[in-house]
Design a protein around this ligand. Structure first.
Ligand SMILES: O=C(O)CCC(=O)C(=O)O
Ligand SMILES: [Fe+2]
Length: 300
């Protein structure tokens, strides 16, 4: 699917575009299967180690992780995309259906930003202390990048792998204000956040429930947040970012790579092992650029 002019105009005016049912199960199921295999293997190990007494083999994807974490939360670490590094996740970053949509906003020379996550958002209270609960206070994604990315367009693509609902902490956004530019942010409890009053959030905020197959495209100036997961299921999602090749990602110490190029098709990174190596090197302390002063004030 390609975006039509009504859709690109809507994105320009609103700062976001919600596309229903544009990805097929065949696009997403390989990613889910890879996570399911990992969870199954880890659950069996924990059972053998006597750390859990039930592996919940028949539980659905959006429940099993929570049922296991209630017994032992060790399995929760390293699920994010750059730690898990599944082959199906890597291949999905190049997905044709996805990139044809992205191309409508980014153009035909497309780089995949390293600012990307696979989030298994657990029921409230279940996330281990060392883990990310995937709750995001109000922020613009522009606030999460270094200054060098400020002049450039970066597209956020948010998609659920299981239903995202108001109860399990789906996305909430404030449309139509992205043109006002980057607002002041600060860093609180390690998270980049901006000021949005309760009133503004109530009156202007839009809650965006989504199903597997839906895509939310966001301009980096759109304020958004997600709150606690108050259900007993897991909100599995991915958020990816794409931009024109040659523009800085705003995370210089992590690897970006070309996923589509009409002018130089050979520049596309198709080598899964190379992608893994790039992430391993970056995560193992190649911190070039990371030593720069934090962009925003850190509130203790
Ligand atoms: O997935 C979430 O809950 C928050 C994600 C987010 O802030 C983003 O995708 O930019
Ligand atoms: Fe965000």
């Amino acid at each position: 699917m390609k975006l039509n002019s009504t859709q690109t105009a809507q994105f320009a005016a609103e700062g976001y575009l919600l596309l229903r049912n544009v990805l097929a199960d065949s696009d997403l199921d390989p990613i889910i299967a890879e996570y399911e295999q990992h969870i199954d293997r880890r659950a069996k190990e924990l059972l053998t180690e006597g750390k859990i007494d039930e592996i919940h083999a028949d539980a659905p994807f959006n429940r099993r992780l929570a049922l296991i974490c209630r017994q032992c939360d060790e399995i929760y670490s390293n699920l994010d995309i750059m730690h898990f590094r599944g082959r199906a996740s890597f291949e999905f970053l190049h997905n044709d259906r996805l990139l044809s949509i992205v191309e409508g906003l980014v153009g035909s020379e497309i780089t995949c930003s390293p600012v990307q996550h696979t989030r298994a958002k657990l029921p409230e209270g279940l996330t281990p202390n060392s883990g990310d609960p995937h709750i995001a206070p109000w922020h613009q994604d522009a606030g999460a990048y270094y200054e060098e990315a400020d002049p450039h367009f970066v597209l956020t693509v948010w998609l659920p792998l299981s239903a995202a609902t108001p109860e399990n902490g789906c996305m909430q956004i404030i449309p139509q204000v992205h043109h006002q530019g980057l607002q002041r942010h600060w860093i609180e409890r390690g998270l980049v956040t901006m000021g949005v009053s309760d009133e503004e959030s109530r009156e202007e905020g839009l809650t965006v429930p989504m199903d597997k197959g839906d895509l939310l495209l966001m301009h980096k100036g759109v304020p958004h947040r997600s709150t606690l997961n108050l259900t007993d299921t897991v909100r599995w999602s991915m958020d990816l970012r794409y931009q024109q090749t040659g523009t800085p990602s705003g995370r210089p110490y992590y690897p970006d790579f070309v996923v589509r190029s009409r002018s130089n098709p050979n520049s596309v990174l198709k080598d899964y092992d190379q992608w893994c190596r790039l992430w391993i090197e970056a995560l193992e302390g190649n911190t070039t650029g990371k030593s720069r002063a934090a962009r925003w004030e850190v509130i203790p």
